[in-house]
Design a protein around this ligand. Structure first.
Ligand SMILES: CC(C)(COP(=O)(O)OP(=O)(O)OC[C@H]1O[C@@H](n2cnc3c(N)ncnc32)[C@H](O)[C@@H]1OP(=O)(O)O)[C@@H](O)C(=O)NCCC(=O)NCCS
Length: 316
């Protein structure tokens, strides 16, 4: 028998959760520095004035058999909302299945019909929530280890040779307008936002926050990808360290124009991105891809990117 109780001692919980979040990420394939930056962000908004901030909830998992070690479950769910978020779970010594049944029935009773979480390789406690339930992969985080990747030298690459040229102001304005709409469409497609107007507003806000000085924003590079003097696509790379270690480069966007696809340009832009990131001191290159974008995932996997995290939604 298990029970769930609100956690009274947050001070004791704090080091345990930090350790658990780090172990989950590092065992899932993230570098320690990347994991620490991400965990710092996650823990950043849990407390306000020393109190647990809404809508965070932390339950202690109490086994009736006192020989079993107690665990905890950290959720974001204000109650009454259809979607709950499982931030992390540490089952302690209890049976995973029994704990999952208990948490799910509690959430259902509180009005939740689906649960969002991140799935990490090797994390059995989180995986237990997906057993016998419909799982939708909304997005995937992938990384390329720049020190050990197997990319051929530029002159030995079979794909096209791409030059990365800074976008002109006109190109940037057109790209930005398209990018806002495209990202908004993806948010709707992935089910993150249902209302198209709200998706455009969210996308516009994110673009403005990311690029406050447009194409001049420090730590961001917005390039046109040019092959034989023809623009074939774009690349948006950043290495600004906000929320991530200074040696982690991140691809915000990569695109090949529709008429130029499946000719190796995507592959060539990725090679150029890895070179540009390495030249700027990066040790890893990371990106996010929507779960529905199978073509892009295949492209990244072929280039040696590995999946470290899957953002999933589980039907309760
Ligand atoms: C994803 C994208 C950049 C690929 O560009 P591309 O120039 O067509 O890619 P490449 O020609 O270099 O493809 C290399 C390999 O990747 C895989 N691949 C690329 N696109 C694919 C697709 N649509 N379906 C299946 N596999 C695909 C294939 O293995 C391909 O090799 P092949 O053509 O010999 O089969 C392009 O489709 C695109 O711009 N899509 C829209 C924007 C987007 O989704 N960007 C990614 C955001 S994370």
């Amino acid at each position: 028998m298990l029970t769930l109780e609100p956690t009274a001692d947050l001070k004791a919980w704090w080091p345990r959760v930090r350790e658990r979040l780090l172990a989950q990420r590092i065992e899932g394939g993230q570098r320690r520095d990347d994991a620490m930056a991400q965990v710092g962000g996650l823990l950043g908004d849990v407390f306000v004035d020393g109190q647990l901030a809404a809508p965070h909830r932390i339950w202690r998992v109490v086994p009736s058999d006192h020989d079993q070690q107690s665990g905890w479950v950290w959720l974001r769910h204000a109650g009454g909302e259809a979607v709950a978020t499982l931030v992390a779970v540490d089952p302690g010594g209890v049976d995973h299945g029994e704990l999952v049944d208990l948490v799910v029935s509690r959430l259902r009773g509180d009005g939740a019909t689906s649960l969002r979480t991140s799935r990490w390789a090797g994390d059995a406690a989180t995986a237990a929530f997906t057993v016998d339930r419909a799982v939708d992969v909304a997005g995937v985080r992938m990384v390329l280890d720049l020190a050990h990747d197997q990319q051929p030298a530029p002159e030995q690459r079979p794909s096209s040779v791409v030059l990365l040229v800074p976008m002109t102001r006109q190109q940037f304005d057109a790209y930005r307008a398209r990018g806002v709409q495209h990202y908004a469409d993806e948010l709707v497609k992935a089910g993150v936002v249902t209302d198209p107007a709200a998706a455009v507003a969210a996308s516009t806000q994110q673009h403005e926050a990311l690029l406050p000085d447009g194409r001049e924003t420090e730590g961001h590079w917005l390039w046109s990808a040019v092959v034989d003097e023809v623009d074939v696509g774009i690349l948006w790379l950043t290495l600004n360290g906000v929320g991530r270690p200074a040696d982690q480069a991140f691809i915000y966007d990569i695109e090949v124009l529709p008429d130029h696809r499946r000719r190796g340009h995507g592959e060539a832009i990725l090679h150029a991105a890895a070179d540009a990131a390495r030249d700027r001191g990066a040790a890893v290159l990371a990106l996010h891809v929507f779960g529905t974008n199978d073509g892009a995932r295949r492209l990244y996997e072929r280039q040696g990117f590995v999946t470290t995290e899957e953002m999933i939604t589980i039907a309760l």
